[in-house]
Design a protein around this ligand. Structure first.
Ligand code: KDG
Length: 358
């Protein structure tokens, strides 16, 4: 058996034992692609410490294992990656700062909290901009997106690749949500929603009449458990693998924004690597990103169905209901498109339209 799968099965088994639940923790997932390419020369032993926000069953973790396997195999065991999941080393913002100071080698945040480094990344935060995974992939592989990765130059962080976090869905513990009015609450108070630390996300939820609170991902579960916030928004896979269904009764399939992840390495760690190792790390990051996108697509509907099986009441929105949300968030475009760059927004709109006409 491929070492990756041995490990995945162990994790899955452990997760099952841990919860005592009869539910599967992962869907039937594609095998990782065979590791191909020549082995690299001996440039000494290197250990890279990688911090992740999400859990061991997430596509983020599973594809990071694949990344580690590629490096291990192609360096004949000289490059190892130690992965620390579940925000145990810090949240996205803290881990990016640790990369800058060199106290952590690699991390993997959403693009949203990284807009403090490269403001153009905020194009990905515009609501309902990228309607399909195909459009999102094209946007992440575009020249404009490559320029965003390159723009980390000089920040102390080297950005290696975009990958998939996913289409974000709303969950909450207060009431079923099918319209902007449900978010705002007509005779009840507006929903309090945790957002990532990102001004466009704040604007989206303010515009919808919610009370948004930016908060680190690692604090979110207990904030919801204690009723500090009513709800949050994340891809179904994250909602499942982070056990949010234990504290969130209602889900709504809003797909209101597609946020990528961005794989990063500390510039200090990068500069210490021999050029041949650098090339390998870059290649492995791109291969692991492709694999993660595959895993995330396999998780998506499956995770939603699992959440329903575990008792979450999921509201599926029809086209008209989605259109009502789209219309309600138009002011976010008026405010943010000029700040992000009209040309960039138009380029992403073009990508979205061409994916719809295929
Ligand atoms: O490692 C990534 C996570 O920390 C985080 O980005 C997940 O989408 C996320 C969120 O809502 O914070």
């Amino acid at each position: 058996m491929h070492p990756f799968f041995k490990r995945t099965l162990l994790i899955t088994g452990a997760a099952l034992l841990g919860t005592g639940a009869a539910h599967a923790q992962t869907p039937a997932l594609s095998d990782p692609p065979d590791i191909e390419g020549a082995t690299v020369g001996d440039h000494g032993s290197v250990t890279l410490r990688m911090g992740l926000g999400l859990a061991e069953t997430s596509p983020q973790y599973l594809s990071s294992q694949y990344f580690a396997d590629i490096l291990d195999q192609r360096s004949e065991g000289r490059i190892s990656v130690n992965i620390f999941p579940n925000s145990q080393l810090g949240d996205d913002v803290q881990m990016m700062e640790m990369l800058q100071t060199g106290t952590l080698d690699m991390t993997y945040p959403s693009t949203s909290p990284a807009t403090g480094y490269v403001s153009e990344l905020a194009v990905f935060d515009l609501p309902f901009l990228l309607p399909t995974r195909e459009a999102a992939i094209e946007a992440m592989r575009s020249d404009a997106a490559q320029e965003m990765l390159d723009a980390f130059d000089g920040t102390g962080i080297k950005a290696l690749a975009f990958s998939e976090n996913g289409f974000r869905q709303l969950t909450n513990s207060a009431r079923p949500i099918a319209s902007p009015e449900d978010v705002a609450g007509l005779d009840v108070r507006g929903l309090s929603v945790r957002t990532m630390e990102n001004p466009v996300h704040l604007a989206i939820w303010q515009t919808l009449g919610a009370n948004p609170t930016p908060m680190a991902f690692g604090e979110l579960f207990s904030a919801m458990e204690q009723g500090v916030v009513d709800g949050q928004e994340n891809p179904w896979s994250t909602i499942l693998t982070s056990n949010f269904y234990e504290v969130q009764e209602y889900g709504s399939e809003t797909r209101h924004v597609y946020t990528p992840f961005i794989k990063m390495i500390s510039q200090r760690a990068w500069d210490r690597l021999d050029p041949e190792y650098q090339e390998l790390v870059q290649e492995a990051a791109l291969q692991a990103a492709d694999y993660e996108i595959q895993l995330a697509s396999e998780y998506d509907d499956w995770a939603r169905d699992q959440l329903e099986e575990r008792g979450m009441q999921v509201t599926r929105l029809d086209d008209e209901q989605i259109a009502a949300f789209q219309q309600a968030v138009q002011p976010v475009y008026d405010e943010w498109a000029p700040r992000i760059g009209e040309d960039l927004v138009a380029e992403f709109q073009r990508i979205a339209e061409s994916s719809m006409s295929q």
